[in-house]
Design a binder for this molecule. Structure first.
Ligand code: SF4
Length: 293
């Protein structure tokens, strides 16, 4: 638990996002970057009041812009109690940082206590979702879930004149590019565009890192610049109005790979947040895209 500077600019802002990682995960993707907690169950048991006290301390020590519940579906009743406690004492947005594989029933239970949804939309290809997350129906479930999230909160309130200003409400959809599976990314963007149009804020992530050896050999490497540019080019062609992205530069995957056995799992610092946010990781993007053409 603590301030995290690696989220998208409207979430991390200047002071960071107060992230709270929950152990375990319903999907258990074969390549999970957080496998120490999602697969191995690393973590600490807290009583509700103890956890609330820790959050209070974090808010005293740092002016984080939000409280960010990461992958908490399987603790939904506890998360509801905790968020009620937070909301009674602090005026701060609560973020649901989730896989996208949520049922409509659980989302309706979240409606009153979540302000910002940060869902993944991982797969358009059901065969790929079956192979990597044992969830053939992921594309349908996730699209329905995002539809419900947008119904509840609308699009993330990104300010036109200052896209990095911290947001207080809405939905931002993340898509992590999987190496060797660019067509999945292209089709995922098409599906999001067809369902929600170009005003849906999108975050394209290139931080994939092979932390667990994979049968599919393309998954044992990082995303190439060429793959990233193909996906980004497609997103730009579709015309999404708010597009955050991580350029696959050297050091990116290391920067974003957490070690939950360490006191401070993420190496991303406040100055990284200012200098290397999603947007700024690619200062020469337009020149590079022109060169590609
Ligand atoms: S949904 Fe996210 S946290 Fe869960 S296993 Fe997949 S990548 Fe990991």
């Amino acid at each position: 638990m603590g301030p995290h500077f690696g989220e998208e600019p409207p979430i991390s802002g200047i002071n960071g996002s107060g992230t709270l990682f929950f152990s375990g995960c319903a999907l258990r993707c074969t390549y999970c970057q957080n496998y120490q907690i999602s697969h191995k169950g690393l973590g600490k048991v807290y009583e509700l009041e103890e956890l609330f006290a820790q959050i209070g301390l974090m808010l005293q020590r740092s002016s984080v812009h939000n409280i960010n519940f990461v992958t908490f579906d399987h603790y939904l009743p506890h998360a509801i109690l905790l968020s009620n406690r937070i909301k009674r004492c602090f005026d701060i947005p609560i973020v649901a940082n989730v896989s996208g594989y949520q049922s409509l029933n659980s989302l309706r239970l979240m409606e009153d206590f979540i302000d910002i949804y940060l869902p993944d939309f991982k797969y358009a290809d059901p065969d790929l979702s079956k192979r990597l997350s044992k969830a053939y129906n992921y594309p349908k479930i996730a699209l329905d879930a995002i539809y419900e999230m947008v119904r509840q909160k609308g699009m993330l309130n990104i300010k036109e004149d200052n896209p990095c200003a911290t947001a207080v409400k809405g939905v931002l959809v993340r898509h992590m590019i999987i190496p060797g599976h660019i067509q999945n990314s292209v089709e995922a963007l098409d599906m999001l565009f067809c369902e929600f149009g170009r005003s849906l804020p999108i975050s394209l992530m290139s931080q994939y890192c092979p932390v667990i050896p994979q049968r599919d050999q393309s998954l044992n490497r990082t995303v190439t610049e060429e793959e990233f540019l193909m996906v980004l080019g497609h997103a730009l062609e579709l015309g999404f109005l708010h597009l955050f992205f991580q350029y696959p530069e050297e050091g990116l995957t290391k920067l974003y790979l957490p070690d939950f056995e360490s006191q401070d799992p993420f190496q991303i610092t406040r100055s990284d947040a200012q200098e290397k946010t999603f947007r700024d990781l690619c200062p020469n993007l337009s020149q590079r895209l022109q060169r590609e053409e």
